[in-house]
Design a binder for this molecule. Structure first.
Ligand code: FAD
Length: 395
C-alpha cells in the first residue's frame, strides 16, 4: 500500500506523516533541495483562529508537527495589527527539524525530484513521471496527494505580477511548480479579485543585520517593530494586492511592521528599496526574500483543484489534495490541517474504508463526539476565523 505525496511544503509534510501513521508506505517528492516550500520564509503560527485549529488537531492526537514547531519558536503570544496571540517560528532552523521528524517516522523523502507527468488508467493515476537530478524516474502508487501549492512558476509571476523576483521557491534552479491534478486532466481554477488574477504574497524578508541597531534590538527583544511611514512614502492601494486580505488593515499601509522570524519579516507584499531606505532605521536595508522584494513578490492562488470534503480531487478516483492547492487556504496551519486529513483519507481509500468528512449541510454543526465531525469542525473553525469577509472570489 503506497501513497505518494507530491510537494514538500507544510501541506505535503503533514500529508506524508499522516499517511505513514495510518500504516501505508509514504513517499514524499519535493522538487527543491529543502522541505517546507513557502513555509521556509513564513513563521506566523497560532494567531487568531489558528490557535483553535492547532489545539483541536493536537487534541485529536496529531501533535507531532505542532510540537516540533512549538519547540522552535523565537517568540510566543505576541500581538500586532490583525493578529492576536501569535507565535513566530525560527525560519532558519525549522526545515531540518521537520525533515528529521519525517525521516524518523519512516517517510521516504526524495528531494530534487520534480513530477512532470502522470500515467492514468481510466479515472485513476497509476504512476508519476519525474525528473531527479536530470534522470527520468517513474513511481507507481495506489493513491496520490497533490500538495504542489499555487505559487509561481515564473510565467505566472510574469503574467499576473511584476515578474520573477527570485523568491525562495527558486524556480530557475529547480524548475517551476507542476500540478499533478492538471496533468491528470482536472480543470483548475484561480483566485480572482477585481481585475487581478491570483495575489501577491503578503510579506517579504529583510536581512536583520541591515537594520539600525535600535530597531534590531527591539525586534530581537519583543518580536515586532512598528515604524510609522512618512506620508510622502506611503504607497496607496498596495493592501489590495495582498494574498491575505483578512490582514489588509490600514496599519499595514501606515507603518512598516517587522516581525522576528529569524529574518526581519516585513508585512508588505513589497516596498521599493530606495523608498524604504529613506525611513529612519532602514538606511542600509536589503532584502533576503524575495531578493528583488523592492519590485514585487511571488504570485499565488493559481491552479487550485476542486475537491470534496474528504480532500479528494474531483474527477480522479485516487488523487487527494491539501494546502493552497485545495482552495484559498492561506497559511501553514491550514496546510497542516488539510494535509493531515488528505493523508488519512488517501490511505482509507486504498483500504476501502469510507472517508472522514461531513455533508455540506453539517458545516455549521457544533462539535460532536465523533471524529468525522471533529475533523470537519477543525477546518471550518479555521476558515471561519480567517475569512471574516471573502478574501477573493473563485473562478
Ligand atoms: C512569503 C510568504 C510568507 C508567508 N508567511 C506565512 C506565515 O507567516 N504564516 C502562515 O501561516 N502562512 C504564511 N504564508 C502562507 C503559507 O506559507 C502557505 O499558505 C502554506 O505554507 C502553503 O503550503 P502548501 O504545502 O500548500 O504549499 P507550498 O508551501 O507552496 O509548497 C508546495 C511545494 O510543492 C513543491 N512542488 C511544486 N510542484 C512540484 C512538483 N511538480 N514536484 C515536486 N514538488 C513540487 C514546491 O517546491 C513546494 O515546496 C506565507 C506565504 C508566503 C509566500
Amino acid at each position: 500500500m503506497r501513497v505518494i505525496v507530491v510537494g514538500g511544503g507544510w501541506g505535503g509534510c503533514a500529508a506524508a506523516l499522516s499517511v505513514k501513521k495510518r500504516g501505508a508506505e509514504s513517499i514524499s517528492l519535493e522538487r527543491t533541495d529543502m522541505l517546507l516550500g513557502t513555509g521556509l520564509v513564513g513563521g506566523i503560527m497560532r494567531n487568531n483562529g489558528r490557535y483553535t485549529a492547532t489545539e483541536e488537531l493536537i487534541a485529536m492526537g496529531e501533535k507531532d508537527i505542532f510540537n516540533a514547531i512549538d519547540g522552535n519558536l523565537l517568540h510566543r503570544d505576541i500581538n500586532f495589527p490583525g493578529h492576536r496571540h501569535a507565535s513566530l517560528y525560527n525560519v532558519a532552523r525549522m526545515e531540518p527539524v521537520i525533515k528529521r521528524l519525517l525521516t524518523e517516522s519512516g517517510v521516504q523523502i526524495h528531494l530534487m525530484t520534480r513530477v512532470t507527468d502522470v500515467e492514468m488508467n481510466g479515472a485513476c493515476i497509476t504512476a508519476l513521471k519525474a525528473k531527479r537530478s536530470g534522470e527520468s524516474v517513474r513511481l507507481e502508487g495506489d493513491a496520490f496527494i497533490d500538495t504542489t501549492g499555487t505559487a509561481g512558476p515564473p510565467a505566472q509571476c510574469n503574467k499576473y505580477g511584476n515578474g520573477c523576483v527570485m523568491c525562495v521557491l527558486r524556480c530557475h534552479t529547480f524548475g517551476g511548480r507542476v500540478s499533478v491534478a492538471a496533468k491528470a486532466g482536472v480543470n483548475e481554477f484561480s483566485g480572482q479579485k477585481g481585475g487581478q488574477t491570483g495575489a501577491f504574497s503578503g510579506a517579504c524578508k529583510l536581512h536583520k543585520e541591515s537594520l539600525a541597531d535600535e530597531l534590531l534590538k527591539e525586534l530581537n527583544t519583543t518580536g515586532k517593530v512598528v515604524v510609522p511611514i512618512p506620508p510622502a512614502l506611503k504607497i496607496k492601494g498596495k493592501l489590495a494586492l495582498k494574498a491575505c486580505q483578512q490582514y489588509a488593515l490600514k496599519e499595514f499601509e501606515d507603518n512598516v511592521i517587522l516581525l522576528d522570524t529569524g529574518h526581519a519579516k516585513l508585512m508588505s507584499p513589497f516596498f521599493p528599496l530606495e523608498m524604504l531606505r529613506e525611513i529612519p532605521g532602514f538606511e542600509c536595508a536589503r532584502y533576503e526574500d524575495p531578493y528583488s522584494g523592492g519590485l514585487g513578490n511571488s504570485i499565488r492562488y493559481i491552479g487550485m483543484s476542486s475537491r470534496d470534503d474528504a480532500m479528494k480531487v474531483d474527477g480522479v478516483d485516487n488523487l487527494y489534495c491539501a494546502g493552497e492547492k485545495a482552495g484559498l487556504l492561506v497559511g501553514h496551519t491550514e496546510a497542516i490541517c488539510t494535509g493531515t486529513l488528505a493523508g488519512y483519507n488517501a490511505v482509507g481509500y486504498v483500504m476501502g474504508e469510507p472517508p472522514w468528512c461531513c455533508p455540506i449541510a453539517w458545516q455549521s454543526a457544533t462539535v460532536s463526539g465523533i471524529r468525522a465531525n471533529r475533523w470537519w469542525n477543525m477546518v471550518v473553525l479555521t476558515l471561519n476565523s480567517l475569512f471574516p469577509a471573502p478574501c477573493c472570489s473563485i473562478e
